[in-house]
Design a binder for this molecule. Sequence first.
Ligand code: KE4
Length: 446
Amino acid sequence: MISFRAMAASTRVNSNRLFARAKRILPGGVDSPVRAFSAVGGTPPFIRRARGARLIDEDGRAYIDYVMSWGPLIHGHAPAGLTRALSEAAARGTSFGAPTALEVELGLAVRRVMPSIERVRFVNSGTEATMSALRLARAATGRDRLIKFAGCYHGHGDAFLVQAGSGATTLGVPTSPGVSRAVAADTLVARYNDLDSVDRLFRKHRQRVAALIVEPIAGNMGVVPPAAGFLEGLRELSQAHGAILIFDEVISGFRAGPGGAQERLGVRPDLTCLGKIIGGGLPVGAYGGRRDLMELVAPAGPVYQAGTLSGNPLAMTAGLWALSQLTPELYRKLDRLGGRLAAGLAEAARQTGTDLHVNAHGSVLTPFFTATPVRNYESATRADTTAYAQFFRGMLARGIYPPPSQFEGWFLSGAHSNAHVDAAIEAAHATLRAMRRRTRRSTGPR
Ligand code: KE4
C-alpha cells in the first residue's frame, strides 16, 4: 500500500520543482524559515491562490487552511469587500511617501477599541513595532535592560532573539547566532506564568530594567494562556520598578476580541505592539500607547524611527476594511468554532489513546503531543515533535493544512464553518488511528 508520504510527494510535482528552483535563490527556498517544513519534513506546497478557508497549491490540491497566514486573515482569504477596496485604492496610487487621511482614520479606529493607545505609529511588521517600542522605552527611562519570557517571540530584532519562540524554537536556535554578547546581556529571561521569576529579575537588576515585554496570550511556544493574576502581577511589578509594560499583541490584537487581550483580560499596558490583523493581510505593524511616551517619537520628540512604506495607502485600506468587519457576531462564531475544534481534537486523541493536551484561547489553539499540561516554555518543549510531524503529514495528505510546527497556533477565521472544523476532526481521527497502527506494527505484540 502506498504511504501517504509517498502519495503526497508524487502528487506535488510542481511544488517539488518550484522548491528546488526556490532554493537556488532564496535561503532554504523561503522568505520565512517556518514555511520550509524543516520541522515536519516533506516539500511545502507552493500556493497558487486561496479563497475563504481554502488554499489551492500549484498542483491543484485544495486544503482547509488552519494557518491563515499566521493570524492576519481573521476574515478568511480574499474576501470580496477587501479585494474590491484594494483594487479601488490601487487605482488611486500605491504609495505616496506623504501623509494620507487613511492612516489617520486607522489610527483613530485602533484607539476606539484599545483606549490605552492614545497615540500610534504605523510601521511595516510586528518586528519593526517591537524594536521601536523597546527603543522608546529605553529612551523614556534612560535604562537599558529588557525582561522577556522564554518561548515568547517578538520578531527578529536582536534584543528579542534570546530564548525566543516560534520559528527560532522550531529550528532549534532560540538564541540566534549573530546577536552580539552586549545586546544579549541586556535581555533578561523570565518564565511565563511565573511571577516570582519576574520579581527576582527586577530585584537583581533594580533600576536598570527599561521594559518588560510579554505576549499577553502566548502564541509562539504554541498557545499558552496567562494564568489567573499573571498579567495583573506584571502590571504591578512593572509599576513598582519604574519599567514600561509592553504588551506584544501582534497575535492577540483584534484576535482575542476587538480590543485584544488587554480589553478581554482587563490589564492596561503602557505600550502595545500590533501586527497581522491590523493589516488585513498586507504588511502593517504598529506601536502605540501612553501619550507622554509616544510624544517622544520623532518628529514630535527625539526618538528616531522612520519607514519608506509606513502608513502605505493600500495597507491602510486593508486594515480599515478588516477592522470595520470585526462584529460581535464574528467573535461569537470564532469562539464557537475554536471550542468545537479543540474539543474534537481532544476527543480524537482520547479515542485513539494518544497523549495530547490542547491549549486554546478563542479562535487560536495548539494540540501539544504531551500528556502533561502546558503552562510555559519548559512544558511546551517536552511535547513530542516527532509525533507532531507525523500528525502534520497525515493531516496535510488528508487536505488539512495546520501550522508546520508544534510551537505555533492553529487559526480560525470567519470564513470557516462547522463543516470545515468537522473535516479537520475527521482527518485527525484517521491520522491518529494510522499513527497508532504504525506504532503497534513497529513495537510488535506485547
Ligand atoms: P512579523 O515581523 O513577523 O510581522 O511579526 C513578528 C511577531 C511579533 N510578535 C508576535 C507575538 C508574533 O507572533 C510575531 C510573528 N509571528 C510569527 C508566527 N508565530 C510569524 C510567522 C513567521 O515568522 O513566518
